[in-house]
Design a protein around this ligand. Sequence first.
Ligand code: AMP
Length: 514
Amino acid sequence: MTTQSLHVISRTSRDLLHVHAERHGGRTAVVDSQGAFSYRDLLDASLRVATALLAGREDLHQARVAVLVTPGFPWVAVQWGIWRAGGVAVPLPLNSTKPELEYLIDDSATSTLLFDASAAALLEPIAVARGIRAFPCEHLLAFQTAPRLPEVTSERRAMILYTSGTTSRPKGVVTTHANTTAQIMSLVQAWEWSADDAILLCLPLHHVHGIINVVSCALWSGATCHMLPRFDANTVWDHLAGSRLTLFMAVPTTYAKLIAAWESASLARRAELTRACARLRVMVSGSAALPVSILQRWKEISGHTLLERYGMTEIGMALSNPLRGERVSGSVGIPLPGVEVQLVGDDANPVPSGTPGEIEVRGPNVFAEYWGKPETTRDAFRDGWFRTGDTAMVEGGVYRILGRTNVDILKTGGHKVSALEIEEVLRKHPAVAECAVVGVPDPEWGERVAAAVVLHDGVALDLSSLRAWAKESLAPHKLPSHLLVLEALPRNAMGKVMKPALVAMFQNASDPVA
Ligand code: AMP
């Protein structure tokens, strides 16, 4: 299946997000807990950041600047400031542990670290140990400007987003400015963004969903982005009721939590919230499969049929249900403007409709490279097509996602985590002889992290003590929610752990806790 046309694919600096946004001047760009900020404010603040980062140099020449800043106006000012100075932004996950941050900073060869003052105690020692520059972002935003900025062209690298891959450590996905602009323009066209729109960000800002689909599409369009520092169901409902939003985007887990909060509200409040949803023009779900039960319940509560789309850090968005027209439940629609999609079989040839195949994607939206991994990058492409590792099928003219080809990647609460990375950590526990991690399907979380372990003789282990121990090395969403203690792991004749069998064992265990 091919593609609709995308009007313009940018090749010049005019089409960089922050340059394009100059035309929106006095309109409100961002609203956060500190107030409302115009596009002019954003350009002024990002100029201060750029000037401070340049510190007298002409150009950062694609130096990596890692960012650990809470979502809000400063986050956007910092991202644009890095771009305006000619740098590459590396957004870091807020709930990371010190070893996780050290890995991301080292892997990206970051030369400057920007953070909220509250994170100084965690990050300054990391910076000192590596001899890299470190600034609280408050310091940069107060900087005097001396407006001499480099010319940044669209083929330059803009951003590195880390994503869990088949190896145990996350890979840095590099996108150029041309890639991000293509990702933005495709969605702006398909979902008919305009300057009259207003959206709420309640997603983290180290992931393509929040960065591109919410913040960047809004700011490209001259719309307003209301930004929450973190997700909280009742706060989101307050905004849906009071902030005159026109769009809302979230992961399925978010909708499950919003449904639970709505159900525990008073009858009068429920009616108010339901009425408020009617004012929005579209509500979108993605980053994980949307359970039909959530789609149906959300429709009863909000009156909206969620628009489900499919995408990935490496490609932005590729497939979407229509803004206008029938949204088929359990499907992710058709290719977005400017994006080519094909399904191929094991023989690398396109499969006919009704036959499962691996999703391959081609277009200006597709990332440039995995940072510092030329071989992995080469292996990720076949004849110019990016191989997603996801399996899908076309049915009735629309795509249906069947799942990830590689069972080692779990999706929990919208986060993508590598089972291998978690296994690496759990194996270090003194009681653990062997272990294997799988995702167990869960209606609220998509999947929950489940660990099967074989223990050393004469020792015991329970879930809460394993979680308490692992907290030092793993972010909360990577901690196991289920534990099975086994005599031996199920292995095939080649000695490989048979993960589908393990998933079945968790599903059959009434109380899969040691
Ligand atoms: P990430 O790179 O973290 O955005 O994760 C991308 C992965 O999420 C894809 O490769 C898919 O496996 C999964 N994914 C994204 N959207 C959907 C969807 N609508 N349905 C099913 N899986 C999805």
